[in-house]
Design a protein around this ligand. Structure first.
Ligand code: NAD
Length: 247
């Protein structure tokens, strides 16, 4: 059987959406691998504003472990293939990732929207100072902002992650819609995502609405698999190198 290929003509734009499965081959567990649990806590309990209010120390311990995992990981062949594709397509390419591990950037991707934030960045819970790069692990002491007095709140620092119950940055959604509505054919390729987390799971519908062709590359059929025209079953690090043919 011949390997699947996606042929990209000179006028075609490519919008790629990645999820946790794209980093699984780098050794970073997906949400499902961990059964949605961390040390017997539901992930929603530690990845939410309510969880942080209740127990910021627990939340920072969770994210410090994630940071340590990411710092020890390397981009895989799938990340590298997407960075290569971006080099060939330039502004006809946009990568939207739900991953917070920063591996796409480390692979060389620049036209990227990290819609769920970045694990290696920290921001203030109380003031609106811009997020900053931070590789520190906070296992015992809680980090404080130092630039604000907490404005009546705690002045604690928090990870720059979009938590359960928080809104995505509207600028990201606008950038996606702008890219989708440009003239010319659109290809939408979702990779390693279960199709269970919104609004990312609905991007396939938006792409189809503007006449886009759609592919899903996943290790198993995702929840929203039936919405895609084509499903390529496999591991992203194996499927992505050689998948795209730029004409
Ligand atoms: P998910 O864990 O719900 O689903 C991952 C999907 O990837 C599954 O359908 C699985 O079959 C598939 N998969 C597993 N290994 C694969 C591989 N090697 N190649 C291709 N597909 C593979 O992940 P999700 O849909 O991204 O949603 C979970 C949420 O948790 C997201 O918001 C994400 O930000 C977050 N998360 C991020 C990371 C990360 O940054 N690496 C890791 C875990 C969870």
């Amino acid at each position: 059987m011949s390997e699947p290929r996606i042929s990209i003509e000179p006028d075609t734009r490519v919008l790629v959406l990645t999820g946790a499965g794209a980093s699984a081959d780098s050794g970073i567990p997906t949400f499902r691998d961990a059964n949605g649990l961390w040390e017997n806590h539901a992930v929603e309990e530690v990845a939410s504003p309510g969880g942080f209010r209740r127990d910021p120390r627990l939340v920072w311990r969770f994210y410090s472990q994630r940071r340590a995992g990411v710092l020890g990981a390397k981009p895989n062949a799938g990340h590298l293939a997407l960075a290569e594709l971006e080099k060939s397509l330039g502004e006809r390419f946009l990568l939207v990732t739900q991953n917070v591990d920063g591996l796409h950037r480390r692979a060389g991707s620049e036209r990227i929207l990290e819609i769920h934030g970045n694990l290696l960045e920290t921001k203030c819970w109380s003031c609106d100072r811009p997020p900053f790069e931070d590789h520190a692990l906070y296992e015992d002491t809680l980090p404080m902002c130092g630039e604000c007095d907490g404005r009546g709140d705690t002045g604690l620092l928090r990870p720059n992650i979009v938590w359960f119950g928080e809104m995505l940055d509207p600028a990201h959604l606008e950038a996606i819609e702008r890219f989708m509505s440009l003239p010319g054919p659109l290809f939408f390729v979702a990779i390693g995502t279960s199709g269970a987390v919104w609004p990312a799971a609905g991007l396939v519908d938006l792409a189809r609405r503007v006449g886009g062709r759609t592919w899903l590359v996943n290790a198993e059929p995702a929840e929203n698999a039936s919405r895609f025209e084509s499903f390529i079953r496999g591991r992203s690090a194996e499927v992505l190198p050689g998948l795209f043919e730029v004409r």
